[in-house]
Ligand binder design. Sequence first.
Ligand SMILES: N[C@@H](CCC(=O)N[C@@H](CS)C(=O)NCC(=O)O)C(=O)O
Length: 208
Amino acid sequence: MKLYYSAGSCSTSCHITLEESGLKYEAVAVDWDNPSDPNVALVTKLNPLGTLPILITDEGAQLDQNLAIHAYVADKAPRKELLPPAGSVERAEALNWLSFVCSDLHKSIGGLFGVKSYSEDPAVQAAVRGHLVDKSNELLTYLEARLAGKDYLMDKVFTAADAYAFVVLGWCQWLEIPLTPYPTIQKYLARVAARPAVAKVLKEEGLT
Ligand SMILES: N[C@@H](CCC(=O)N[C@@H](CS)C(=O)NCC(=O)O)C(=O)O
């Protein structure tokens, strides 16, 4: 398997799930800020939407959506319990969390990276930013309550949803969304960061 990722982006979460899975894989860094990086042209050709992650499976299939990559990798390593077994209610609950991170958290917090693309008008930018910050805080308040008393999103077991949540929540530090009102989330992030596979990926991507 080959994963194309850009350091610190949502694709880092797929890198973490791959590392946690213990499966054999190759991780290829793509530097969006360096137009002469040949991987930029390659991944743009592979995925005309111009987004990462991209996973090329051993069968030669291309997956370029976070949710599908997490589920595919988790299913390839069932003993690691990165997702509960298919057909169980726990599986549906874990997918519920993955979808929350992908459709809600990623879009609100991650949306703040792209505020300038909405308009050149500073007033419009400020309004968009204000809306996304409010929405992000609403989601963080919800998550703070749902994580109470739990080690991970699925309670005692680390899943692919935690890999994805960890990366997206980590963006708050770059986006001036203080996490001080959310002590449970802060402890959760420290718990995930302390996992050997997570620490290894962060080091490899130059994030620590
Ligand atoms: N729908 C895709 C979106 C992935 C996505 O938003 N990727 C971002 C990074 S977090 C990206 O590659 N953006 C292109 C860029 O930064 O130029 C998914 O959920 O996997």
